[in-house]
Design a protein around this ligand. Structure first.
Ligand code: KG4
Ligand code: ZN
Length: 391
């Protein structure tokens, strides 16, 4: 099954062509094309992602990404692509009436290249920034019509879960995990613990009461005068502080460490950093020390609650996913803690290139949900949903 996947939930415009051989979850996945455009440089100037700006960038770059993914894959157009009738063109223009430049670009692409044969189009329908999501959803619907291909809406967070167990280095398969499994999802918009009793079954057992971890990283970075996205900037400095064994800059709380439940809270930690740095001229060394203090506070609470969740549900597996799972210190601390306390539990982190947003994960989730695909003419019901939940 050849899957074309589309991801536009935040500040990455990504399209992949992935071939799945076999049935989910025992399939082998071959990546034929993978095109990703990061808007980070544009948003950096503003210190965060602006939905309207993100939408505009997706509109401008999604057809070039389609072109790149197809070129990389070597896929040839099929030879039964008749010219579009006026009525078909009208249909595409109506579908993309809010993204007129995108309609022009897609119709030009179609005129120049014709249609391609893929078996499924998978598109992120949420969660994420709604204006950004709509670009991907409407684009995917239009492509489904042009290419006469079934289309399936995908949950972005299910993509993160699957990409964490996708062994892209070794055998291109999903790891053979045992259930129950606990997933810790940590990204710019999410911090949640999920119980999985089987593939595709999600029950939320804990979540943040305020900021997401990635959001806390981004906000603390801003307090320290570091650029967006804050995660990598803080992680880099925290590593320097650890190597240099810098003394503690501030005593920071690990909020809700002992709350006895599986919930999180990070806004108090961010406020503690604000108080620690206010009215101070920070040196680079100060920044490194605070970054480390902050990261240690975050790590302690993520590790402790994950262990509590694993114990509470007798889980065999822990999956950590979402952009913050790119953090190598976090990965080392999780591995060390589980080795000591639960050597029987297998801990999965994504390969670095699959940790932040990408479209390969959307292809994996699309394959998992292929049975829910809509015929191109029945795709009207697919809607972007910024708050789409996993369970
Ligand atoms: O999953 P993702 O790419 O986008 C969302 O779905 O939100 O996650 C982005 C988040 C940002 O908040 C970013 O600062 C954080 O992941 N992040 C990191 C690291 N790399 C990205 N946080 C900590 N350490 C990192 N190395
Ligand atoms: Zn994400």
């Amino acid at each position: 099954m050849l899957i074309l996947s589309v991801e536009t939930s935040c500040d990455e415009t990504a399209i992949s062509l992935v071939e799945a051989t076999g049935e989910f979850p025992h399939a082998t996945y071959e990546i034929h094309g993978n095109a990703l455009w990061s808007q980070i440089d544009i948003h950096r100037e503003y210190g965060g992602v602006f939905p309207a700006l993100a939408k505009r960038e997706h509109v401008l770059t999604i057809v070039p990404m389609l072109e790149n993914a197809i070129k990389e894959s070597g896929l040839e157009p099929n030879d039964y692509s008749p010219e579009l009738t006026e009525q078909q063109e009208e249909e595409i223009r109506t579908l993309l009436s809010r993204e007129r430049e995108l309609a022009d670009a897609l119709l030009t692409f179609h005129r120049e290249h014709g249609a391609f044969s893929v078996d499924l189009i998978a598109v992120t329908s949420g969660p994420g920034l709604e204006p950004a999501l709509w670009v991907g959803v409407n684009f995917a619907k239009a492509l489904a019509l042009l290419w006469n291909t079934p289309i399936v809406p995908v949950n972005h967070m299910e993509g993160h879960v699957l990409s964490s167990v996708f062994d892209i280095e070794r055998d291109d398969m999903l790891s053979d995990i045992s259930f129950p499994t606990i997933s810790l999802l940590i990204s710019g918009g999410h911090t949640e613990l999920i119980l999985m009793r089987d593939w595709g079954q999600y029950e939320k057992i804990g979540q943040t009461r305020d900021d997401a971890v990635g959001e806390a990283y981004d906000k603390v970075a801003r307090l320290l005068g570091l650029q967006y996205p804050g995660g990598p900037e803080i992680a880099k400095r925290a590593e320097v502080a650890r190597k240099a064994k810098l003394p503690e800059f501030a005593k920071l709380p690990s909020p809700m460490l002992n709350s006895g439940d599986l919930d999180f809270s990070f806004s108090g930690l961010k406020t503690a950093v604000r108080y620690a740095v206010q009215d101070k001229e920070l040196t680079e060394t100060d920044r490194e020390a605070i970054a480390r203090d902050f990261e240690d506070a975050v790590t302690a609470v993520l590790v402790k609650k994950s262990i509590a969740a694993v114990e509470q549900y007798g889980a065999q597996t822990l999956i950590v996913g979402g952009g913050v799972s790119a953090n190598q210190h976090l990965k080392r601390m999780f591995e060390a803690a589980f080795l000591t306390e639960h050597p029987d539990v297998t801990v999965y982190f994504p390969q670095p290139k699959l940790s932040t947003d990408n479209s390969i994960m959307i292809a994996l989730a699309g394959h998992a949900r292929a049975g829910n695909a809509f015929a191109p003419r029945g795709a009207d019901v697919i809607r972007a949903d910024g708050n789409r939940s996993l369970s």
